[in-house]
Design a protein around this ligand. Structure first.
Ligand SMILES: Nc1ncnc2c1ncn2[C@@H]1O[C@H](COP(=O)(O)OP(=O)(O)O)[C@@H](O)[C@H]1O
Ligand SMILES: [Mg+2]
Length: 237
């Protein structure tokens, strides 16, 4: 396995005195997809927010390339190469698709390679390239999700955090999305994929951690996808 890029080491996060994530450890290496599944309220979004430096940790540490980032501000973490695509996409509906995409360039540490990356995401998401002059709000849900991911990608991230990218999308659109994620992974980006579609995620990711009420209860690999009983029990139990 390649060198670990992002490491959560016994991380706990609380809202006031209420714990949302407890003692969570996981690792993501370049070229890996790590899944994080669990029902509503399991602590998935809280985990991503903690990685981005939005929440202070109640315990534990988060490391990027072996260096603790747990006390850094979100902008510093983003500049290291960690990009979050939040749930709900957050594109600017009244800006053109092209302008939305170019906003992602602001997150780059250097302008060098920007044209190459723009070209790459336009090839990766042809629908985005074809509608560059349209208002982003006119895109379909699947295209808006693609745009949100494309915008994150042109910031040249080393780690991509995705919060429920398939939410509300039709199955065929989800397949297209996951094909794109595979290409992003193959480019060497480390992906932490938060999803509610557990089975799909387990089949796709190198390993998938199941969260329940803030606890990691189970870790599954693609070979476990046939073992739906074990999975659904942990997932819904
Ligand atoms: N801003 C907040 N203030 C207080 N509690 C929150 C806040 N955000 C989330 N929570 C609580 O933390 C727990 C985990 O939430 P969240 O991380 O959003 O779960 P998920 O993304 O897995 O649905 C839930 O019990 C939720 O109600
Ligand atoms: Mg969430």
């Amino acid at each position: 396995m390649s060198r670990v890029l992002l490491e959560l080491d016994h991380v706990s996060v609380s809202y006031g005195s209420v714990p949302a994530v407890r003692d969570l450890s996981l690792e993501v290496a370049p070229g890996e997809v790590v899944g994080l599944v669990g029902s509503n309220g399991a602590g998935k979004s809280t985990t991503l927010a903690a990685i981005m430096g939005v929440h202070r940790l109640a315990a534990g540490d988060i490391k990027f390339e072996g260096i603790s980032i747990a006390k850094e501000q979100p902008d510093a973490i983003a500049r290291r190469g960690v990009a979050l695509v939040p749930e709900g996409r957050h594109i600017y509906p009244d800006f053109t698709v092209e302008d939305n995409l170019r906003l992602g360039l602001l997150g780059r540490s250097t302008r060098e390679g920007a044209d190459r990356d723009l070209e790459w995401v336009r090839r990766l998401f042809p629908a985005i390239a074809d509608s560059s002059k349209r208002m982003a709000g006119l895109l379909s849900g699947g295209q808006q999700q693609q745009l949100a991911i494309a915008r994150a990608l042109v910031s040249d991230p080393r780690v991509l955090l995705l919060d429920e990218p398939s939410l509300g999308l039709a199955p065929s659109v989800v397949d297209t999305l996951f094909d794109a994620l595979a290409e992003i992974r193959d480019k060497g980006v480390a992906i932490l994929l938060v999803e509610q579609r557990a089975q799909l995620t387990v089949a796709f990711a190198d390993r998938t951690h199941v969260l329940r009420n803030g606890d990691l209860v189970l870790t599954l690999g693609p070979e476990d996808v046939v073992d739906t009983d074990r999975m659904t029990q942990a997932y819904f139990g």
